[in-house]
Design a protein around this ligand. Structure first.
Ligand code: MRU
Length: 354
């Protein structure tokens, strides 16, 4: 993989080498650190669907490698036939999870590369697609580091920062978005502490954010989701920072279920509410958040915890995996290009102008 300016201790959820990628099984963290090996696109698609790998940018990186595996295994020597089969590979990967736009962004980037190079031999196309997947992975980590530096100025020395779900290294190519901002604040010498929501039902906060922050020696306190309002009312939270799965053109943000509730609470308590995400998470084709498709997941994630049934058999269940936070509740959107504040429609449009 192309060189990254990182130390060897950095957590990365996907490691590519010699035509295979290894992914840490995020369903089993933090009690087991199990790496699974992938070298074909149908298995990568299943890894995304079943949440071996999760988090918007990480899903994009995994999909890019999946697309490359699919491309590599296409037998035809005709570019037109190659492209037809490659579109099918990408469609299969795209059908895994609907909300995080990074999945579609990464696949579109792979297809755009292929279409632009159809005059080359299929062999050359394949080599180019491998490089494109590697570039997507490497850029994501690098951009997160820039994003982190941009956002760190918003985090005061001594701040107690609440976060939700996992928008860390595990959710990205490396370093993280929301946790990237917190890492950058620590690297800038600020003494901060983090409050992590457990994030029912999949427990990304309890299992993944707490694990990542502990590994980095960043002080972290775990709470159940329904404790956030109490802590805010007691003056124990100075700011909230979350990642995003898709940001609409007007600044509405789809993120892990429970994010909207936190944003309403933060507004009530006059606590700044920040969203950190790379440009690849911004979907300028959608005018507002009502157009973002929201994934509904298996009922069993709600009725069971750790495989143990808690709810009565047959009870009606809802399990939307994401919600939409209206732009009016958001203080700033932190990207690798700049921190957007104020009128998000204008600010986001300016990022993509020209
Ligand atoms: O269902 P998940 O775990 O894929 O959801 C992840 C989130 O909602 C993250 O907050 C979001 O993807 C930002 S990750 C940098």
């Amino acid at each position: 993989m192309a060189a990254c300016p990182i130390d060897n201790k950095s957590i990365r959820p996907i490691i590519y080498a010699a035509g295979k990628c290894r992914m840490i099984d995020q369903r089993r963290l933090p009690t087991e650190e199990v790496w699974l090996e992938y070298d074909n696109y149908t298995e990568v698609a299943e890894a995304i669907r079943s949440m071996v790998v999760r988090g918007a940018p990480a899903i994009g990186v995994a999909a890019a490698f999946g697309a490359w595996f699919g491309a590599r295994d296409i037998a035809s020597e005709s570019s037109a036939e190659f492209m037809r089969q490659f579109e099918e590979v990408c469609a299969h990967l795209a059908a895994t999870r609907p909300t995080a736009v990074n999945l579609f962004w990464a696949l579109e980037r792979m297809k755009t590369f292929a279409r632009a190079n159809l005059d080359r031999s299929v062999m050359e196309l394949k080599i180019g697609l491998e490089y494109e997947a590697l570039a997507i992975a490497e850029e994501d980590e690098r951009l997160n580091r820039t994003l982190g530096k941009n956002g760190a100025r918003l985090i005061a020395d001594g701040a107690r920062v609440l976060t939700h779900c996992n928008a860390g290294a595990l959710a990205t190519g490396g370093y993280g978005t929301a946790l990237g901002v917190l890492r950058a604040a620590v690297e800038a010498g600020k003494k901060i502490s983090v409050v992590a929501d457990e994030t029912r039902p999949f427990m990304q906060g309890a299992r993944l954010t707490a694990w990542e922050l502990q590994k980095d020696n960043i002080p972290v306190t775990l709470i159940c989701d329904n404790m956030a309002g109490y802590l805010m009312s007691k003056g124990e939270i100075d700011s909230v920072i979350v990642g995003a799965d898709r940001i609409a053109a007007n600044g509405d943000v789809a993120n892990k279920i429970g994010t909207y509730t936190l944003a309403v609470l933060a507004k009530e308590h006059k606590i700044p509410f920040y969203v950190a995400a790379p440009l690849s998470t911004i979907d300028m084709s959608l005018g507002d958040g009502s157009l973002i498709p929201i994934e509904e997941r298996d009922e069993q994630e709600v009725t069971h915890v750790g495989g143990v049934q808690l709810a009565p058999t047959g009870v009606a269940v809802r399990n939307p995996a994401f919600d939409v936070t209206p732009a009016r509740l958001i203080s700033a959107i932190i990207t690798e290009a700049k921190v957007v504040e104020g009128d998000f429609s204008q600010g986001l449009a300016a990022l993509f102008a020209g």
